[in-house]
Ligand binder design. Sequence first.
Ligand SMILES: [Zn+2]
Length: 277
Amino acid sequence: MPLIPDGRVLYAQALCEHFAAPAFNVCNLEMAQGAVEAAEAEEAPIILQTYPGDLTHGGAPLAALLRTLAEGSSAPVALHLDHGEGLEMIAGRLRDGYSSVMFDGSHLDLDENIRQTRRLSKVAHAFSASLEAEIGLFGGDHGSVVFTDPEEAERFVFESGADTLAVSVGSEHHQQSRLDLERLNDISGRTGHPMVLHGGSGIHPDDVEAAVGMGVVKINIGHAISVAMNEGAKEAIESGLDHYAMLKVMREKVRDKAIEKIRIMGTAGRAPANVPA
Ligand SMILES: [Zn+2]
């Protein structure tokens, strides 16, 4: 059950079957292995995603590494570009074989965000891949939180060509949160479109379950597995372990946290996905 070549297949399955695929931000071998081991243990489809900072750290070999891991996995694994910044970056990852890419035009005004998203949707579709767009802001290192306006979301999905829409309804990068479920339901009712949440590490589990029922198909998990990996390193160093043993502990911490998130999102047991042979 290899790499999911087109993210749209996974998102359609998630929407029909009412689960969300966890999208784990990974920057090295052990994080990616931990996430894939979790997917295999839970028979769950997952997404490995790289933020531009992950690729700054890992460089071109990171994309090749993730693709190799996905292709060798017994669980379905999609590859996704998180917070893509423009044509060059997006086309680069599509050439690397990514299943799904994000264009983050959230800092643009609505008309310009729609214009650029429409252009990049066509590029992603030419590669038989999925495009995620964003309106509203999720805070953290992306500035302050700005909630998504439901009316703007409605116009955006019908004019932009985006396959999935990242909506800001209370979750925040690196923070604990409760969601504005009324707003999410309003957006869902107006658009009927598969939605994405960022800042997923800290969303209350009850709100995750409710959000999945409203059409959220992908939830980003970065902070939680980074913290888990760092805790593993700290424990290993304090225990005087050698580097092989330390990296193993780090991988296991990531795996355990990833399993926890997979279960909260209702993703366990959803493999095999409808992955084309
Ligand atoms: Zn984000």
